[in-house]
Design a protein around this ligand. Structure first.
Ligand code: ATP
Ligand code: MG
Length: 591
């Protein structure tokens, strides 16, 4: 088709939108692809809508090719199914809740496991009906705490979600693999530089899960990779715990005076001058830092939690959040500390010099005490003494205290060993584009989805759930391809593949522009013709902002039979012959 820029519903902006944090957001707004309607909620303008539809088409084709069938659920859903799986509560503030005129609770769907499970339960009853994979491309609602970066994290967004139904584990594994392969094809076709990483199952429950991350400096996710092929979202990294040490070798606990040391580094420095070690200097990694959190469960219950970890590591709050989900944690406030007068900030220890336990479910405070996996039995630590201005040395795990559990949420650092021994970890950032889960029988159990097996026995169906961020993909591709002049779309996703800029006032130029556009249209190319009465400078700048992959300039050179072809992505310019214009353009489009 041919569109005229003189009538296209678009206005490019010379200024960045005030709330734009990342280039894709800035350019999608400035190029007239989207407009903000409310925080995290966007209106699609004609150019943006075309890209969205092209992403949808890629996703739809690949889902159909792998054998999934498309359905479409409402976004407005009843409460009951989400009550049965407890997600009405677990989703917490992220769920958009509405009440109908009769006072019945409803919600705007954040994801549709419950609805798909019930639909299949409604219609299917035999192993002969399985395997089955269903998908939809549908608008989702999540009242995100931090909507950001335009389409990257919206409160209303388009997702492709699919669900597989199998009779047994082998079937689920096969459905999962077919989705995984379809996702590889989808993200390859979208032109994204992506990695597949081990992921946390999070609120979905279930077991195996992987994420597809677009590699992007502005991504919100951090992932790690090793030379030997280990790859995981940092949230999912489970470090390899060192082997326990013999308790008999551990030094006895001893009290040391540590006045006026505000930080771990301060304690370490003081110890090196006042109590130097024989084997090597004291280091931050010798200290045991005890951090207190107040955890709030989805039902509102609050409970304290203490975490002991090597003092040279910070708690990674995203890893903590992922590990505790759906509960939420916040560091202890002064008010929280007031309830525990026995705890002295800066000098907290799981145990006192006299052996009295301070932290732990069995201790006087009753505060659950969990430790980093590095705190294995037999390791001795320099930690607080529960006495102001004092520390203890030789506090030994398994002898002086026993933790109530392990919590692996310390920061993962560049160069840390991969858990599988495949070399040092390298950290990078990415945008989560897709997520695939083996749900297993969690939803089928809660919602009682059973079918008859070969022996006429009722068995619970096993499920997978698979998501692609369709609207997020528009932004992720923009993020990867844009430059300091504007957007730059790959041919497959561009709203128009060719942008013809007609310059000057000569009618022959405009006639030629439309003639070439007409010929391209016959070849199935979508063309945007800038037929406006504007200066060449304005037209070139708009062509660069809007980002069609091939730009054709029809102008003064036409008198000599010459046109200029520009490749948006590379900035390459070449003079072409007007008689071979269409062939040159098709070649530039890779056709
Ligand atoms: P995130 O960790 O980014 O919040 P999620 O793990 O909650 O995402 P899923 O429930 O796995 O997301 O949803 C499937 C896909 O939907 C994600 O991989 C992502 O591409 C997309 N998606 C999720 N939340 C949003 C959002 N707020 N805006 C746009 N796309 C989103
Ligand atoms: Mg996810």
């Amino acid at each position: 088709m041919i569109a005229k820029l003189s009538t296209l519903f678009v206005r490019t902006l010379r200024q960045d939108p005030a709330d734009a944090e990342v280039p894709s957001h800035r350019w999608l707004v400035r190029a007239g692809y989207i407009r903000r309607a409310a925080p995290g909620i966007y209106t699609w303008l004609p150019l943006g809508l075309k890209v969205l539809q092209k992403v949808e088409a890629v996703v739809r084709e690949e889902m159909e090719a792998m054998g999934a069938q498309e359905v479409h659920f409402p976004a407005l859903l009843p409460r009951e199914p989400y009550e049965l799986t407890n997600r009405w509560t677990e989703y917490g503030d992220n769920l958009f809740r509405v009440v109908d005129r009769k006072g019945a609770d409803m919600l705007l769907g954040p994801t549709h496991e419950e609805m798909f499970t019930l639909l299949v339960k409604d219609l299917y009853s035999s192993y002969k009906d399985l395997p089955l994979s269903l998908f939809q491309i549908q608008t989702k609602y999540r009242d995100e705490a931090r909507p950001r970066a335009g389409l990257l994290r919206g409160r209303e967004f388009v997702m492709k979600d699919s669900y597989s139904f199998d009779i047994d584990d082998a079937g689920l594994e096969a459905s999962y693999q077919r989705h995984r392969e379809a996702y590889i094809r989808i993200f390859t076709r979208l032109g994204l530089d992506f990695v597949i990483v081990a992921a946390m199952a999070g609120a979905m429950g279930g077991s195996r899960s992987e994420e597809f991350l677009a590699v992007a400096a502005n991504g919100e996710d951090t992932f790690v990779r090793s030379p030997g092929g280990y790859a995981a979202n940092v949230e999912a990294v489970r470090i390899a715990a060192p082997a326990a040490l013999p308790l008999g070798d551990a030094p006895a606990m001893a009290l040391v005076e540590t006045p006026e040391v505000g930080t771990i580094a301060g304690v370490v420095d003081l110890m090196n001058s006042s109590h130097p070690r024989e084997d090597r200097p004291w280091a931050g990694a010798d200290t045991l830092k005890n951090v207190l959190f107040m955890v709030t469960d989805p039902d509102g219950t609050r409970r304290p939690l203490a975490l002991g970890l090597p003092g040279d590591r910070e708690v990674d709050l995203k890893r903590l959040e992922a590990a505790l989900e759906p509960s939420e944690a916040a560091v202890f406030t002064p008010d929280d500390f007031e309830k525990y007068p026995d705890l002295h900030v800066g000098f907290i220890s799981p145990v006192s010099l006299d052996g009295t336990r301070v932290l732990g479910e069995e201790s006087a405070t009753g505060i659950r005490y969990v430790v980093d996996p590095r705190v294995v039995d037999g390791t001795s630590w320099l930690t607080g003494a529960n006495v102001v201005d004092h520390h203890l040395t030789g506090v030994t795990a398994g002898r002086d205290f026993t933790a109530d559990g392990i919590l692996d949420v310390a920061e993962v650092r560049e160069g840390d060993p991969a858990p599988d021994g495949s070399g040092p970890l390298h950290l990078a950032r990415g945008i989560e584009m897709g997520h695939i889960f083996q749900l297993g029988r969690k939803y089928a159990d809660s919602l009682d989805l059973k079918v008859l097996d070969q022996n006429g026995k009722l068995v619970t169906v096993t499920m997978g759930s698979y998501g692609v961020g369709v609207s997020r993909a528009v932004a992720a591709v923009a993020e990867e391809t844009c430059d300091d002049k504007g957007l730059s779309w790959p041919v497959e996703l561009a709203p128009y593949q060719v942008h013809i800029v007609a310059t000057g006032k000569d009618q022959a130029v405009f006639d030629k522009a439309f003639e070439i556009a007409g010929e391209l249209e016959v070849s199935g190319v979508d063309v945007l013709v800038d037929d406006r009465k504007a200066s060449p400078g304005v037209k070139f700048a708009d062509a660069e902002i809007m980002g069609m992959p091939v730009i054709l300039v029809v102008g003064r050179g036409l008198a000599e039979g010459k046109l200029e072809l520009r490749i948006r992505a590379t900035g390459e310019k070449s003079e072409i012959d007007v008689d071979h214009a269409v062939a040159s353009l098709l070649a530039a489009l890779g056709r």
